[in-house]
Write a protein that binds this ligand. Structure first.
Ligand code: HEC
Length: 199
């Protein structure tokens, strides 16, 4: 096999190039203007939350409960040795993140909640939930001041992506709405990021 000197040289040059790139990224010359915007951060966090939620609903709850019929998902999952509901999985994660005090918080809310604690409360939450239901496919972004602190708040649609979503909500005794169909916006994920004050 013949390896030409030029190949070796170009590999070396490439490697050096990467090394230079890494050094300049890690160096102290970076300006603060290259920081991630609150909206980009919220969008990225939401992409992870939505993907995890979809995987759990489709590959665990919908498959094992509705298709294979081997185990149920139940609100009383501990007592009934069942799977936690997708919303309960989501809330347990949100509670654990809140305990870590990373600055941001998130929750799953709805205008038609089974759990009354999941009603939108702040003006931005109410406006955001109304917006994502009326304008399918759109997100909602706003700034709000709560307890003297300024936040960037993003609201993303939570859609009925599986038969299990609709079936369970429509049949639940505490659900104020019983006519959900697959594809409906059933509620929204609210992500709140604190904004640094200028002083
Ligand atoms: C087996 C029943 C069940 C399934 C399946 C289910 N949910 Fe729920 N969902 C609930 C219950 C019960 C709550 C209230 C949980 C709580 O916060 O205590 C809830 C909460 C929610 C909330 C927050 C507002 C509310 O109703 O309290 C949204 C939004 C929601 N679910 C959407 C969905 C979507 C979308 C899916 C499918 C991806 C889904 N749910 C699957 C039972 C279910």
């Amino acid at each position: 096999m013949k390896t030409s000197i030029s190949t070796i040289l170009s590999v070396a040059a490439f490697t050096l190039g990467i090394a230079t790139l890494v050094t300049s990224c890690g160096g102290k010359t970076e300006t603060s203007s290259s920081g991630i915007s609150p909206q980009n951060m919220a969008d990225a966090l939401h992409a992870v939350m939505e993907s995890d939620r979809t995987v759990y609903t489709k590959q665990v709850v919908n498959r094992l409960q509705n298709e294979e019929k081997v185990i149920k998902a139940s609100e009383h999952w501990k007592d009934e040795k069942a799977l936690p509901l997708p919303a309960q999985m989501f809330r347990m994660g949100a509670e654990m993140v809140a305990e870590k005090k990373k600055g941001f918080t998130y929750a799953l809310l709805s205008e038609w909640p089974i759990n009354k604690q999941n009603f939108p409360k702040t003006e931005v939450e109410k406006a955001g939930l109304a917006h994502i239901v009326k304008n399918v496919g759109q997100n909602y972004y706003a700034e709000e001041t709560l307890g003297g602190k300024k936040y960037f708040t993003a609201v993303y649609p939570d859609t009925a992506i599986a038969a299990a979503c609709v079936k369970c909500h429509n049949n639940h005794d505490d659900s104020p709405r019983t006519d959900f169909v697959e594809g409906d916006v059933m509620g929204g994920v609210v992500i709140r990021i604190p904004l640094a004050t200028s002083n």
